[in-house]
Design a protein around this ligand. Structure first.
Ligand SMILES: [Mn+2]
Length: 558
């Protein structure tokens, strides 16, 4: 099994995670439906649903398609096509219009590029190197540092050495530095390894499945030359994993939610008042590709090498840079094309590592806000049994650098992030008295507005939050002020189906969204005095018969 070294919190990772939860939900649902079908109609289950066909290439014979498919399964992207595309293929110019006329100073700091990889396809690596060599001015490109996190692929030995030799002969001023780990160390360590080996003024830590665009380095170096405490990120375009074509992404800020999943978000409102989309914009975090003053990055502690696999290390860097005296900028005129893989093969590992890393970030950096991470992951505040490793060194670092509190970060850098205050309980909500197998509240089919009773499995769709004001959210809680939660509602009149609507919308429509509940007691609507109960495996609102509910985690007695 190859663990593709995919190295940042790209939005597809988020999508995949959500999809996983949805799929889990659907599977259970389909199980039920099939079972019912089989019982009622004595019919076989329907054939597997048709998936959209990936584009491996045009006019491929059946044999070639098979080869393409096999390679895809190994790497998560279309290696068959990559092996056949020119290494110096042209990329579409996707820069903002304002970038086309910009000029940059001649005397910029020089740059060392770090490429980290684990069993990357050889042609993908070659193309990354080729693009960097061709599209970075010779007098600025000091070194390329290749960090191999213990790959096992044979073509990353001799054949890669050969290619690097060719490039070295062609470019006598360019130095290649090779770093190889004897065992797999994970992303944060690999990046830090590359940083340690670097000697240039500025270090650019990149994924290896990228191609840089023309003029990618100059805009970043210009910002860093102006202010050495700025950590910069280019804007990534997406390279499709199947046809390897480039899809333009627009500049936006790199943000995260309380689970520390990354997401794109708009810049601060002040940014848009300037009406120039070629200007760098401040960002609360960074997705993972970072370009920084080498020494400054060292001064503030490079990366938390106690992070495992990947996930969370970029958020840790974001919080640390801002609170310890630096800042982060996304620079629209610098563009890098990045392959978004199909992540599927190792999703289980991803969320386990992610959870652990997120708790680590919370423990070191989030002060009194750290429990927001537990809430987002549905983990108890105490005794959760997840080993986050030794954080004493990182805590010392924070003290030594006299970093500002997380509260300052929330107020000044990331005010859109909404602390999950005023909660009394969270997690699965189970009925203690109902007859039948469906005992848990579930958000029901999506999109939709009807929560249902379902088998208890406590994934996202069953995560319930009970707020001190009596609101009950089903299917998760929102991390950002710009998103509304979905409230359990009594739609009133003779309607016995419960509703699930955005809380503001429900209020406007005059639905009742406040519930009186305490652990092990009934759940009664404050206005209509009717109860949420389960009748014949159906979630209903009816005259109270005394059915009791229990929520998985209690924050404070209620
Ligand atoms: Mn990547």
């Amino acid at each position: 099994l190859i663990l593709p070294f995919s190295s940042w919190c790209e939005d597809s990772a988020i999508k995949t995670f959500e999809k996983k939860q949805d799929v889990m939900h659907k599977m259970l649902e389909e199980d039920q439906a099939l079972l019912k079908n089989a019982l009622v109609n004595n019919q076989p289950p329907p054939a597997e649903r048709q998936q959209e066909k990936p584009k491996w290439g045009t006019n491929l014979s059946e044999e070639e398609q098979k080869e393409a498919q096999t390679l895809f399964q190994l790497y998560g992207y279309n290696v068959y096509l990559s092996d056949r595309l020119p290494l110096d293929r042209a990329l579409p110019d996707t820069r903002e219009r304002g970038c086309l006329t910009k000029t940059y100073p001649k005397d910029l700091p020089n740059i060392g590029v770090v490429l980290i990889y684990l069993n990357e396809a050889l042609s993908i690596l070659k193309r990354a190197i080729r693009s960097i060599v061709n599209r970075t001015p010779k007098h600025l490109l000091k070194e390329i540092i290749m960090v191999d996190d213990n790959s096992s692929n044979d073509d990353l030995k001799e054949p890669l050495d050969q290619y690097i030799k060719t490039i070295e002969t062609e470019n006598p001023s360019l130095k290649f530095i090779r770093v190889r780990h004897n065992e797999q160390q994970g992303l944060a360590f690999a990046r830090a390894s590359g940083w340690r080996a670097a000697t240039a003024d500025v270090v650019a830590i990149l994924d290896a499945h990228i191609e840089v665009h023309e003029l990618w380095a100059e805009p970043l170096l210009t910002q860093i030359k102006k202010d050495r405490t700025v950590i910069t990120s280019p804007v990534f375009d997406r390279v499709n994993f199947d046809d390897l074509s480039v899809i333009q992404y627009l500049p936006s800020s790199h943000a995260f939610d309380w689970a520390l999943w990354c997401m794109y978000e708009s810049f601060y409102p002040e940014y848009y008042e300037l009406k120039d989309s070629s200007l760098p914009g401040k960002s609360p975090s960074v997705m993972g590709i970072i370009v920084a003053d080498r020494k400054f990055l060292g001064e503030i502690g490079v990366l938390d090498e106690g992070m495992k696999v990947y996930g969370g290390e970029n958020v840790e860097l974001g919080i640390r840079v801002w609170t310890c005296g630096g800042s982060i900028e996304v620079v629209p005129c610098s563009k890098i094309a990045h392959i978004e893989r199909n992540h599927k093969p190792y999703m289980p590992d991803l969320s386990t590592a992610m959870k652990r890393n997120a708790l680590r970030v919370a423990e070191v950096w989030m002060d009194e806000y750290k429990h927001n991470v537990n809430l987002a992951w549905n983990i108890p505040f105490k005794d959760h049994g997840i080993d986050i490793g030794d954080v004493s060194e990182r805590k010392k670092l924070r003290e030594r650098l006299k970093c500002k509190p997380f509260k300052w970060y929330l107020e000044n850098v990331y005010p859109k992030l909404d602390p999950l205050d005023n909660l009394v309980g969270y997690g699965g909500m189970k009925n203690l008295d109902a007859e039948g197998d469906m005992k848990c509240i579930d958000q029901g089919p999506q999109p939709g507005h009807t929560p249902i009773a379902y088998h208890c499995y406590y994934y996202g769709p069953q995560q319930v939050f009970y707020r001190t004001n009596g609101e009950v959210y089903i299917g998760g809680i929102k991390s950002h002020k710009y998103n509304d939660n979905r409230c359990l509602t009594d739609q009133g009149n003779k309607e016995t189906e419960p509703g699930l609507f955005y809380c503001k919308e429900a209020m406007q429509k005059g639905m009742s969204i406040h519930w009186d509940f305490s652990q092990g007691k009934e759940m009664k609507n404050r206005e209509t005095k009717r109860c949420l109960e389960i009748h014949k495996n159906k979630l209903v609102i009816q005259e109270c018969t005394g059915q009791r509910w229990e929520i998985q985690h209690v924050i404070k007695d209620f």
